[in-house]
Design a protein around this ligand. Structure first.
Ligand SMILES: NC(=O)C1=CN([C@@H]2O[C@H](COP(=O)(O)OP(=O)(O)OC[C@H]3O[C@@H](n4cnc5c(N)ncnc54)[C@H](O)[C@@H]3O)[C@@H](O)[C@H]2O)C=CC1
Ligand SMILES: O=C(O)[C@H]1O[C@H](OP(=O)(O)OP(=O)(O)OC[C@H]2O[C@@H](n3ccc(=O)[nH]c3=O)[C@H](O)[C@@H]2O)[C@H](O)[C@@H](O)[C@@H]1O
Length: 369
């Protein structure tokens, strides 16, 4: 397409996250169809996060531009650098060779996801030992070599990119015969799966080893707050796990529409990473699931509440009112560490919060049901 319409030399910029060496493939295709036109391929990976896209665009930690080490390649890098120079300070623009830029994007996401799996692995150990994962995160994050960001334990990381990009990295490692390296990164995804399963097992084992026929309120379905995106959201795995034990789910998310939740929960795992409009609708909507307009409605008559996204509004709910309208004993399972545990225990809730010292109710129950 680009080769067809180009009438003069062009710079083609990869913004998407791609396997290492994609620029070479693009270069070959364009060059073979070029009709004498010169194409320079640059890798300029995108580092913005959903929910903060505009801030990230205007004030990026860094901009990365990779190009060929030839004079033409360097000229192309300079041209793109000049565009960014309008709003990004020169010292934040990093120029590398093509393969470093492509690999750095995969590496950045792998490192970020690895941090979350590391803290989530710690959260299991905290529950076993009586340590508090927030205190551990705070303590280790004070070491400037570690830093305080991205150390919040959770029910698991989600989003369209972390898992995809790690599996991309794993594939590249395997293609290059680096099976130990591949296995190392695979483990980040495996710990993430473990964390979701561990959460479901906590819910089931706490509620007398079954949630069959019990109403459970799900607060939050998006993969993180301030977005309606549900791709790879940990909520899918948790809800499917609870549905597997025949729970009745009442789901509330401030941004995710009911139709998308129904689709996500009625689909096979392999279809879930497609964009919403390309996902097939299962004719049989899940009978055990209803979606409601607020948290109070979701929790009415419920036996337990699972908080799966850290929406700010979940911090300030009237939990006394919620408690009064629930079945007893009433449980809160906080997968994002947003509630005030002591306050909720005083109201009468049995509270489980990821990586926090266990409620007396839960102490003698197995973490894996
Ligand atoms: N969503 C995000 O916050 C970020 C995304 N990225 C990267 O940006 C890229 C796009 O991400 P999203 O916009 O979230 O994905 P998306 O899935 O929402 O959009 C991808 C688009 O590409 C189209 N597409 C897929 N295969 C195609 C093909 N073979 N030919 C033509 N079109 C095709 C799809 O129909 C879709 O419209 C990905 O590589 C992602 O890793 C990078 C940083 C942040
Ligand atoms: O390549 C991409 O698509 C983008 O992927 C992530 O951005 P995003 O997926 O939008 O969201 P994050 O803020 O990174 O959160 C990812 C997941 O990790 C979880 N998370 C994050 C931080 C934390 O401390 N704990 C934790 O569980 C979030 O709840 C969420 O489910 C990266 O942060 C971006 O830099 C990158 O550009």
């Amino acid at each position: 397409m680009i080769a067809d319409v180009s009438k003069s030399d062009k710079i083609v910029v990869e913004k998407s996250t791609v396997p290492v060496k994609t620029a070479e493939a693009i270069e070959k295709i364009l060059t073979h169809n070029s009709k004498g036109i010169n194409f320079q391929i640059l890798s300029n990976p995108e580092f913005l996060a959903e929910g903060t896209a505009i801030q990230d665009l205007f004030n990026p930690d860094r901009v990365l531009i990779g190009g060929r080490e030839t004079p033409e390649g360097q000229k192309a890098i300079q041209a793109l650098k000049d565009v960014y120079a309008h709003w990004v300070p020169a010292e934040r623009i990093i120029c590398t060779n093509l393969w470093s830029a492509e690999l750095s994007k995969l590496a950045a996401n792998a490192f970020l996801a690895q941090r979350i799996s590391s803290v989530n692995a710690m959260s299991a150990l905290c529950e076993a030992t009586g340590a508090d994962v927030s205190e551990v995160s705070h303590a280790i994050g004070k070491d400037t070599r570690i830093g305080p960001k991205f150390l919040n334990a959770s029910v698991g990381f989600g989003g369209s990119c972390f898992q995809k990009d790690i599996l991309n990295l794993v594939y590249i490692c395997e293609c290059n015969g680096l099976s130990e390296v591949a296995n190392y990164w695979k483990q980040v995804v495996q710990v993430n799966e473990y964390q979701k399963n561990r959460f479901v097992n906590r819910v089931v084992s706490s509620m007398f080893n079954t949630v069959s026929g019990k109403k459970i309120a799900i607060l939050g379905f998006a993969f993180k707050k301030d977005t309606g995106d549900t791709r790879e959201t940990p909520a899918i795995g948790v809800c499917q796990g609870l549905l597997g034990d025949k729970a009745i789910l009442s789901i509330y998310d401030p941004q995710v529409p009911q139709e998308l939740i129904q689709r996500d929960l009625s689909m096979h795992k392999s279809e879930l990473d497609k964009p919403p409009h390309l996902r097939p609708v299962n004719a049989v909507a899940i009978e055990q699931v209803t979606c409601v307009g607020d948290a109070y409605e979701a929790a009415k008559g419920a036996h337990g509440i699972c908080i799966l996204t850290e929406w700010d509004e979940f911090k300030t709910l009237d939990y006394k009112k919620i408690y009064n309208n629930m079945n007893k004993p009433a449980f809160v399972f906080d997968g994002r560490n947003v509630v005030d545990i002591e306050k909720l225990r005083q109201i009468g809730f049995i509270v489980y919060s990821i990586g926090k010292p266990l409620d007396a109710w839960l102490k003698d129950m197995p973490a894996v049901a």
